[in-house]
Design a protein around this ligand. Sequence first.
Ligand SMILES: Nc1ncnc2c1ncn2[C@@H]1O[C@H](COP(=O)(O)OP(=O)(O)OP(=O)(O)O)[C@@H](O)[C@H]1O
Ligand SMILES: [Mg+2]
Length: 151
Amino acid sequence: MKILLADVKATLELGIKLGQTLAAGSVILLAGDLGAGKTTLVQGIGQGLGIVESIVSPTFTLINEYTEGRIPLYHLDLYRLEPQEVAALNLETYWEGIEIDPGIVAIEWAERMPYLPESYLYLHLTSIQADHRQAEIKQFNYTIPELTGNI
Ligand SMILES: Nc1ncnc2c1ncn2[C@@H]1O[C@H](COP(=O)(O)OP(=O)(O)OP(=O)(O)O)[C@@H](O)[C@H]1O
Ligand SMILES: [Mg+2]
């Protein structure tokens, strides 16, 4: 499924919808070039979850955790890592939610992941023009009812 995001607001609104509806344990893998809008989308997810704190890019911190919303948000950015370094992070801890409180796991630069969860939402953002982005959304063993209608 492809969605045209005509401006920053449209990207934020898609994120808000996801933040309002996704269940704990959901994994969103975000792919796309530098500046494609991955962090912007996660900022929308944060708004949808009711997180007031600003969501900033975890390019240097690797992971930012926000616990004040409806469910926790774990925001990761793998840009600076090699796949073997990603493997050492034991990311499954986040989607299994065994040692952590289950929440939404949003991972930027998911291209760097050497292995993937069993179920996830894949979202590829592409720049079309200065303000236009295209979101290609794929659901792997994962269903969001809203995606069949309202977005
Ligand atoms: N429709 C749009 N959706 C999202 N961002 C847009 C859009 N139009 C323009 N932009 C601009 O593009 C930039 C997107 O930056 P953002 O940090 O979200 O990208 P990113 O994919 O996370 O990049 P990086 O790979 O560096 O982490 C912002 O400056 C934003 O204002
Ligand atoms: Mg980013």
